[in-house]
Design a protein around this ligand. Structure first.
Ligand SMILES: NC(=O)c1ccc[n+]([C@@H]2O[C@H](COP(=O)([O-])OP(=O)(O)OC[C@H]3O[C@@H](n4cnc5c(N)ncnc54)[C@H](O)[C@@H]3O)[C@@H](O)[C@H]2O)c1
Length: 263
């Protein structure tokens, strides 16, 4: 299948860590130009170097997706460097498992800012350009939590559900400009190597210490395919949705979670 991604320009938010890193490397292998928009400059540069030897050209631009000015500056720099933006992957996400009634307000606010406002800011920032060119692909990384509501993840689930609903609305508004908007929901996907997670990664936060091998095994048993996800599993679907092969698919949500959710 010819995915026709050679020379296309892709912005991957949070491309410095784990799933985002996997997505960056997958597009690089397809010969795309990749912009890693990550707040962690060190990790972004590190992944850019890894990607650069695979194909295309990759740059890292320090970006805070919760800050409109920072996002606008990143888009401007990406356009100056590569001329066009063909694909946006809204990958940044953050959550802290905790019962809703025990959750401090600062944590809700961080979850809403990163998981929902981040997607709104980045999507809006690329749209004038995509509408003018009458083409574009937007793929947002949500979560099965946003489809079914996960225990101890009320606000995170709400934000991810918001991303799914917003993407459907945008698919209806933007289809006339040949802009496809889709969502991918990973299952539990751990970094294959600790170095593949940035310092700000959820997998370096205190939450990760509870994910003992026993807990991981229990989660894997809840998945019909009996294993956890790998960044490449998610990246494969993102690359497909961003390609010409998926040009008649929009407003869809695909779970890459070993059959955990079926809807
Ligand atoms: N990994 C999983 O098990 C899993 C499961 C379901 C959904 N998801 C979703 O997949 C996506 C990627 O998850 P992951 O595990 O790879 O994440 P991660 O925590 O490993 O990486 C997140 C990246 O985003 C960057 N980042 C954080 N705040 C930022 C900001 N304000 N602006 C720009 N960059 C910022 C970090 O520096 C880091 O590089 C997220 O949207 C997450 O919610 C992950």
């Amino acid at each position: 299948m010819n995915l026709n991604l050679v020379g296309k320009t892709v912005i991957v938010t949070g491309g410095g860590s784990n799933i985002g890193r996997g997505i960056v490397l997958a597009f690089a292998r397809e010969g795309s130009n990749v912009v890693i928009a990550d707040i962690d400059e060190f990790q972004g540069q590190k992944v850019a170097k890894e990607a650069d030897i695979l194909g295309g050209k990759t740059i890292a631009i320090k970006t805070d997706v919760t800050n409109v000015d920072s996002v606008a500056a990143m888009v401007k720099e990406a356009l100056a460097k590569f001329g066009n933006i063909d694909i946006l992957v809204n990958n940044v996400g953050w959550g802290m498992d905790r019962l809703f009634i025990e959750k401090p307000r600062a944590e809700w606010e961080k979850e809403v800012k990163i998981n929902f406002w981040g997607v709104i800011n980045c999507t809006r920032a690329v749209l004038d350009h995509m509408v003018e060119r009458k083409c574009g692909k937007i793929v947002s990384i949500a979560s099965d939590a946003g489809r079914m509501g996960e225990y101890r993840e009320a606000v995170y689930s709400g934000c991810k559900g918001g991303v799914i609903a917003m993407s459907k609305s945008l698919a209806r508004e933007l289809g006339r400009y040949s802009i496809n908007v889709n969502v991918v929901c990973p299952g539990m996907t751990l970094p294959e190597n600790p170095e593949h997670a940035g310092e700000l990664s959820m997998w370096k936060s205190p939450m990760a210490q509870f994910l003992t091998p026993e807990v991981q095994e229990k989660v894997a048993k809840a998945y019909p395919l009996r294993r956890l996800g790998k960044p490449q599993d998610v990246a494969n679907v993102v690359v497909f949705l961003a390609s010409d092969a998926a040009s008649f698919i929009t407003g869809q949500t695909i779970s890459v979670s070993g059959g955990y959710t079926m809807m």
